[in-house]
Design a protein around this ligand. Structure first.
Ligand code: GCB
Length: 592
């Protein structure tokens, strides 16, 4: 599925602003057909944004169930004869969409796009009513999982991950046009030799019988460098300018569907020419060893929740660059496509993660000690869940396969990984990810209960990704003890002969809290904690990356271990630096 774009043959408009909105905890709207007329008893809600924090009532914040969105939009008159498509960049965690009285789409999964051809419902010049019911319930068969409990106070959502279950239309909604005969997909795989680049492209077309596909590659200055015809081909780039970490050099691949001299459809794709490879304990980009510095992050903002915001996106990248971060992980779900585009342009490297977080019932809200259910069983996470997970991987790869910034797929964060059941669950998912994309390594993030002597999933992976909190959850306040234990554990992991990326290490820190000597929760302790970790990383050759948890403080569900959310941010939630930000800046700018 290609992103909407304006081209000589395509137009798009954002369906944004204030939509009508109504919570439906009783699930009455589906019975009553609320899509058939103007949404009654509605208030206004901004799109894109999560709905939870924009109001002042607990009913919205803690809502479990259906929430209805509705707006009207006029189809441009100039789109006569074109195909009209309605696209949601995301609806968290699932949605059904109607145009006027007609159901046009259903989608499961909160962080990948879906769309519907609504040409039959969208007469050019006419106004259409768009209604979406967005449901936020997490169950054993959703990704991420959860349990909805009936309590005397109403239905409550239990979940096992450590960030707030924001819901709604977080990302842009689009109405766009394509010609009836059109390009439906483009896939590129790039290769590099000493001075030459190769762009292997594949174009999928609908309704283009008898038409020709032309692919034209231009450099960053707009000069054409290669051209080919046919739905599949290889474009060779002499004196190639590679995409590399720190330098997001992009070529432009213009794909055209042509009928003689007439261009029937045209689509442009930015292309970064780079390679990725795991060799021994090294992670190579363009054949050179790469060391990841950066963060695990969240899409998390005051008021907007997970709502995408260009101003914060640009600001967050500026802060990451200021610290010397060269990479981040899309913990714990696929981020807005705008974020990956920005990473492509800025040469920031991305570990791209599915929304499979919390598949481990011995942890709750990031804290060890849940454990009232088995994780994998016919009654809990089962074959049906795995099919939902597989679909999430398909949609992630389909969406993000062409981003040069994405160098590694992460199929899950901290799943249960010590039982035969976990191996049976994950083996087919790793196989699927590799089949969908043989060009990128695949991994999963391991958690502290599954040390090197217990974990069973590492044989399936290309890299070892570890979330470890020595000196925080373990050896709390005892950095000397933590240092010895951490070193011993890392050395045991290094014996696997794979590169190790420490995908999380961090300490909760209240901005403005100072102690001497350094004590947990103080800014001084966060700095000393990071320094301890860095000494250990520098002593273990197989460590090829360090991602601090977290870039910024973020919202969680309420809990006795969380004070107004998770405070492991190097920046506060409103992006003010803690002392750790300066310490990281010093290390990451002086690293070899
Ligand atoms: C983890 C989780 C992350 C939590 C973090 C914490 O291991 O992956 O989602 O927020 O620990 O702070 O406990």
């Amino acid at each position: 599925m290609l992103r909407p774009q304006d081209s000589a043959t395509r137009e798009r408009r954002r369906v944004e602003g204030l939509w009508l909105f109504r919570l439906d905890p009783e699930r009455a709207g589906r019975e009553a057909g609320w899509w058939r007329r103007r949404l009654a008893e509605a208030r206004e809600v901004p799109v894109p944004a999560s709905y939870n924090d924009v109001f002042a009532d607990a009913a919205a914040r803690d809502h479990v169930g259906d929430a209805w969105y509705q707006t009207t939009v006029r189809v441009p008159r100039g789109w006569a004869g074109q195909r009209v498509v309605l696209r949601f960049d995301s609806a968290t965690h699932r949605a059904v969409v109607w145009v006027d009285d007609v159901e046009v789409a259903q989608h499961e999964g909160g962080y990948t796009p879906f769309e519907a051809d609504i040409t039959a419902q969208a007469p050019p010049g006419g106004e259409i009513r768009v209604t979406a019911v967005v449901n936020n319930e997490l169950t054993w068969q959703s990704v991420p999982p959860g349990v909805v409990q009936d309590t005397p106070a109403g239905r409550q959502q239990i979940y096992f991950h450590d960030f707030f279950n924001y819901a709604g239309l977080h990302r842009p909604v689009w109405l766009y046009s394509t010609p009836p005969a059109h390009i439906t997909d483009v896939t590129v795989v790039t290769g590099l030799t000493d001075t030459e680049g190769a762009v292997d492209y594949q174009v999928d077309v609908t309704g283009g019988d008898g038409l020709t596909v032309r692919a034209v590659l231009s450099d960053g200055e707009g000069t054409e460098v290669a051209q080919a015809t046919g739905t599949h081909g290889v474009l060779t780039v002499a004196d190639v300018h590679p995409w590399r970490p720190g330098e997001g050099y992009l070529y432009d691949l213009r794909v055209e569907l042509v009928d003689g001299v007439e261009v029937v459809d045209t689509y442009s794709l930015p292309v970064g020419v780079r390679t990725v490879e795991v060799r021994g304990t090294q992670f190579l980009i363009n054949g050179e060893p790469f060391y990841f510095t950066g963060f695990g992050r969240h899409e998390d903002l005051p008021v907007r929740g997970k709502g995408h915001d260009d101003a914060f996106m640009v600001h967050d990248f500026a802060l990451m660059e200021w610290t010397g971060a060269n990479s981040f992980r899309t913990s714990h779900y696929p981020y807005a496509e705008e974020v990956l585009d920005h990473a492509d342009r800025h040469g920031i490297v991305v570990i791209d993660e599915t929304a499979a977080v919390g598949q481990n019932t011995s942890i709750s809200g990031g804290i060890v000690g849940g454990g009232s259910y088995p994780t994998f069983s016919p009654e809990t996470i089962n074959d049906a869940s795995r099919e939902v997970h597989a679909q999430a991987i398909r949609e992630l790869v389909a969406r993000d396969k062409n981003h040069p910034s994405v160098v590694l797929w992460c199929v899950a964060n901290e799943p249960e990984s010590t039982t035969q059941a976990s191996v049976e669950y994950f083996e087919p998912l790793f196989t699927l990810a590799r089949k969908l994309d043989p060009t990128r390594p695949v991994g999963y993030v391991n958690m502290l209960l599954a040390g090197p002597d217990r974990d069973l999933l590492i044989p399936l992976t290309d890299v070892v990704m570890l979330n470890r909190y020595w000196g925080w959850y373990l050896n709390t306040g005892d950095l000397a003890g933590a240092e010895a234990n951490w070193q011993a554990e890392l050395e045991a992991w290094a014996a696997h002969g794979k590169p190790i990326i420490v995908t999380e290490y961090g300490a909760d820190t209240v901005a403005g809290l100072h102690t001497l000597p350094a004590q947990p929760w103080s800014e001084e302790y966060q700095v000393e904690y990071l320094e301890m970790n860095h000494r250990v990383f520098d002593r273990v050759d197989a460590v090829v990356g360090e991602h601090v948890w977290n870039f910024a403080d973020f919202a969680t569900k309420p809990g006795i271990m969380r004070v107004d959310g998770n405070k492991k941010g190097v920046f506060t939630r409103d992006r003010r630096p803690k002392a750790a930000a300066f310490a990281l800046r010093h290390r990451w700018h002086s690293a070899p």
